[in-house]
Design a protein around this ligand. Structure first.
Ligand code: PAN
Ligand code: ZN
Length: 205
């Protein structure tokens, strides 16, 4: 029988309180609890042109992206959400992008909803099958379970998107750091072009 005094083992009076989160279409979550910043110096090994990346680091170490997060318990049943803002820019002819990861619990999906700017959502299975979704304001990209994911700013202003995912999904950066994505997004003649990544190392299995 349903016990009105407890919910999933939690006392009713101990339940987490609802949250109201203002989201700015240009800047994402307005007053995040935490902001993670990734600068050029945090992206070692991620870009094709390592020399140019090193130069960027020594010449001011620009901010490449930030993740604006609200603190949500990392427990099953909760939905975590955050916004990512990727700065416009390139390392050589490769656009600024996120590190990319798979979820520690690989059977968890994620939703990306573009608020501003434009770019690509690059997804990859463990077998190196790649899929891309072109993102622009109003486009929602669904990342199914088991797909590693990275985003790329192919525009000339900030690329901003909202993300929603199971709060207990966790993040695994190790595989992408070691193997990379099978494809890279390069600027060629003013256009974003998807090319094979010569540095890609297929993971075992
Ligand atoms: C996103 C990403 C965010 C930054 O919130 O964490 O865009 O990308 P990296 O985590 O690869 O640096 C997400 O996919 N969370 O699961
Ligand atoms: Zn994710």
């Amino acid at each position: 029988m349903f016990d009105l005094e407890s919910c999933g083992g939690q006392k009713m009076e101990n339940l987490m309180q609802p949250i109201r989160t203002p989201v700015d279409f240009k800047k994402g979550i307005v007053a995040p609890d935490r902001v993670i910043e990734r600068k050029a110096g945090d992206m070692e090994g991620m870009y094709q042109d390592e020399l140019t990346l090193k130069k960027l680091v020594s010449q001011g170490n620009p901010l490449m992206y930030q993740v604006r997060q609200v603190d949500i318990p990392e427990e099953m049943g909760h939905i975590a959400y955050s916004t990512t803002i990727i700065s416009p820019g390139k390392v050589g002819n490769e656009y600024f992008m996120t590190k990319g990861h798979s979820h520690a619990k690989e059977n968890t999906a994620e939703i990306y909803f573009c608020l501003a700017g434009e770019g690509y959502l690059l997804m990859q299975t463990r077998k190196g099958i790649v899929s891309t979704t072109h993102m622009k304001p109003g486009i929602l990209g669904y990342i199914p379970p088991y797909w590693a994911h990275r985003t790329i700013n192919s525009g000339n202003k900030e690329f901003v998107f909202l993300t929603l995912f199971p709060a207990d999904a966790g993040h695994n950066y190790e595989v992408i750091q070691r193997c990379g994505f099978a494809k890279v997004m390069l600027e060629e003649g003013g256009r974003a072009v998807l090319r094979d990544n010569p540095k890609y190392v297929p993971p075992d299995g």
